[in-house]
Ligand binder design. Structure first.
Ligand SMILES: O=C[C@H](O)COP(=O)(O)O
Length: 274
């Protein structure tokens, strides 16, 4: 069930978008694994960490994680994600990537409705519903990105705009039907804070995410669980200011340095006694 407070089990991750080439992604993955290894076994107990590379890097990343974990004890629990999915499992959809194949490739979490996909590729709220269902029926967690366009509208406007983008998922009585996964993750990413020099102000993020959590709770018939992340110029030093509202962070550019990413993971995880 959607709960009224952030989950004690936190979630933090990075999307490399289309920033890295194949070699850089491979190098980055192995550096992230090495950094995270220092925080075992506490990492296991409190925090889920995900890495969302480009599509072509998904299988090499999975292999790199498997290879690394042959000698890591306990294994580093790095969850693999995808930046998008089609909503059908198979068919005549040239150039698209099937959610069935993503799950077969080892993907556990799928980004849906990112602001860049909405802006450049026309992704709609209706597609978000279909894609969320596609992820869930294939055993993957939908990571649904929502966020208001303009900074000036304040909290109320942001909540309305965000809820409009995702309410179709919570209103759909069948959303969890046939689903192997029962969790939805929302990433609150104000469009104006993505690719910016600094994140949205903490009081804005906390107010909006608290209100969104209430909406999720009030959604009739939704029996799954919800975690809410903040994304948009997130990096080290931020989580503590947001922790009354969010369950974790979703990073972009400010995770490109694997050490800074690991530092952020430690902060989100509550320090791991470091
Ligand atoms: O996918 C991640 C978000 O869009 C945030 O990206 P950013 O931290 O580079 O602004």
């Amino acid at each position: 069930m959607a709960t009224s407070a952030p989950s004690p089990h936190r979630l933090v991750g990075v999307s490399t978008k289309m920033y890295f080439d194949l070699a850089k992604t491979a190098q980055y993955t192995s550096q992230v694994l090495s950094h995270l290894q220092h925080f075992l076994p506490k990492l296991h107990q409190s925090t889920d960490v995900f890495l969302i590379p480009d599509f072509l890097s998904i299988i090499p990343c999975r292999q790199a994680i498997e290879e690394f974990n042959k000698t890591a004890s306990p294994p580093v629990p790095l969850i693999l994600g995808a930046q998008n999915t089609h909503y059908q499992d198979a068919g005549a959809f040239t150039g698209e990537v099937s959610p069935l194949q993503l799950s077969q490739a080892g993907v556990k979490i799928v980004e849906i409705g990112h602001a860049e996909r909405r802006r450049y590729f026309g992704e709609t709220d209706a597609w978000v519903v279909l894609k969320a269902k596609a992820a869930l029926r294939n055993g993957m967690t939908p990571l649904i990105c929502i966020g208001e366009q303009k900074k000036e509208g304040g909290v109320e406007n942001a909540v309305e705009e965000c809820w409009q983008q995702v309410s179709g998922v919570f209103d759909d009585a069948d959303v969890l039907k046939d689903s192997k996964s029962k969790e939805i993750v929302l990433a609150f990413e104000p469009v104006w804070a993505i690719g910016a020099s600094e994140p949205a102000p903490a009081e804005h993020v906390v107010a909006v995410t608290k209100a969104l959590r209430q909406r999720c709770q009030a959604a009739k018939g939704f029996e799954g669980s919800v975690r809410i992340l903040y994304g948009g110029s997130a990096g080290p030093g931020l989580f503590d200011k947001l922790k009354d509202g969010v369950d974790g962070l979703f990073l972009g550019r400010f995770a490109h340095d694997p050490e800074r990413f690991a530092k952020t993971v430690v902060e989100v995880g509550g320090g791991f006694g470091v």
